[in-house]
Design a binder for this molecule. Structure first.
Ligand code: NDP
Length: 325
């Protein structure tokens, strides 16, 4: 039996193609899955375009997120017919992932999809929404509440940003959205943003301490932006840093930490232990509004994946690209 998959190979040049594979080419795993849907994250775009060395074994199917039905299981946590979700754990980097009709995965990477979330909605959320939720949980664990003050979201029209704006709003926070897309202000207001600022206000090197503007922030941009975000965070505030869309450098000062008691919390979604994943997905099941998801998503098919990778890298995509398998 064959199945369709995006395959990245080096032969000798780096190339991504849509290919027919035999089922015996599936990698090792104690759970076999018919993929229902996947999604295209920034990291998948980096993998497909080879802009960053995301893929570390060849040939490999990218796709760090998937939802599918179990077709074979040697694990007592899962039975045939279960709907499962996978985010990260090196899948799509060192183990073949979701941009294919079939997958073979380790059961310890999987959780059951909460019943309240449909597979397409789950992939609209994907690692982006799950990371936004983890970032919000990080701010909550710091003690921030809607009464603490405004929360800034950078990269606001991106996948993580869109979810952060929408989920924070649902939780009652006043959200300031930082974006470079003047044409998308209406979209951000629809998601719930109360204020919008131009991301260029934050993208150049700034003063070590700036006028205090927000109690907390979710930053998917890094670099100068994150330094400026920290410099303008209110006394005792918290910034959850989860991304590097501007860059992975962090050339700042310790002033916000030592003079304003600001906390910088790192947020990783990839190697997150199962209890954190289950907490994040059950919070998402409570908070997510299917109508908002429909507004955030664009559906594509496997044969449109490769052409969309450059658009993601160039920051031309708004919201989420869901791949219906
Ligand atoms: P997207 O490409 O969907 O969004 C990124 C957004 O960042 C863009 O839409 C744009 O928003 C903004 N942006 C792009 N380039 C720049 C720039 N040069 N300077 C400032 N802002 C810029 O990506 P995702 O939302 O999926 O991911 C965002 C980041 O988070 C990525 O770096 C990704 O690798 C990381 N990530 C990390 C995870 C983790 O586990 N820690 C998990 C998931 C993602 P706008 O036009 O509105 O300004």
């Amino acid at each position: 039996m064959t199945y369709k998959a995006i395959v990245i190979d080096k032969n000798p040049d780096y190339i991504a193609t849509l290919t027919d594979l035999n089922e015996d080419q599936l990698p090792e795993g104690d759970v076999k899955i018919d993929v229902i849907a996947s999604t295209m994250n920034y990291k998948d775009a980096l993998a497909i375009t080879n802009k960053n060395p995301v893929v570390r074994t060849f040939p490999l199917t990218p796709g760090i997120d998937l939802v599918g039905k179990v077709t074979e299981s040697q694990s007592n946590r899962f039975k045939i017919g279960d709907t499962v979700i996978l985010n990260g754990f090196g899948v799509g980097e060192v183990h073949s992932g979701g941009l294919a009709e079939k997958a073979s995965l380790k059961s310890e990477w999987l959780i059951h999809l909460p019943k309240a979330i449909s597979p397409i909605d789950a992939m609209t959320i994907g690692t982006a929404g799950y990371t936004a939720m983890l970032s919000i949980i990080a701010l909550e664990k710091h003690g921030l509440t809607p009464e603490s003050g405004k929360i800034l979201v950078t990269g606001a029209t991106g996948g993580v940003g869109s979810f952060a704006v929408s989920l924070l709003t649902k939780l009652g926070y006043d959200v300031i959205a930082a974006t470079g897309k003047a044409s998308e202000h209406e979209y951000l207001y629809q998601l719930g943003a109360k204020e919008i600022i131009d991301r260029h206000e934050l993208s150049d090197k700034g003063k070590p301490l700036q006028k205090m503007r927000w109690a907390g922030a979710i930053d998917s941009v890094g670099s100068n932006t994150l330094v400026n975000v920290l410099a303008a965070t209110e006394y005792g505030g918290c910034v959850a840093a989860c991304g590097l869309a501007q860059g992975f450098d962090l050339n700042g000062t310790v002033m916000p930490f030592i003079l304003r008691n600001v906390t910088l919390r790192g947020v990783d979604s990839v190697m997150r232990p199962l209890p954190d994943r289950i907490e994040a997905w059950s919070r998402l099941a409570e908070l997510i509004d299917p109508a908002t998801l429909a507004n955030i998503r664009t559906e594509i098919t496997l044969d449109e994946v490769i052409e969309n990778a450059d658009k993601i890298i160039n920051g031309e995509i708004k919201g989420r690209l869901v791949v219906k398998i």
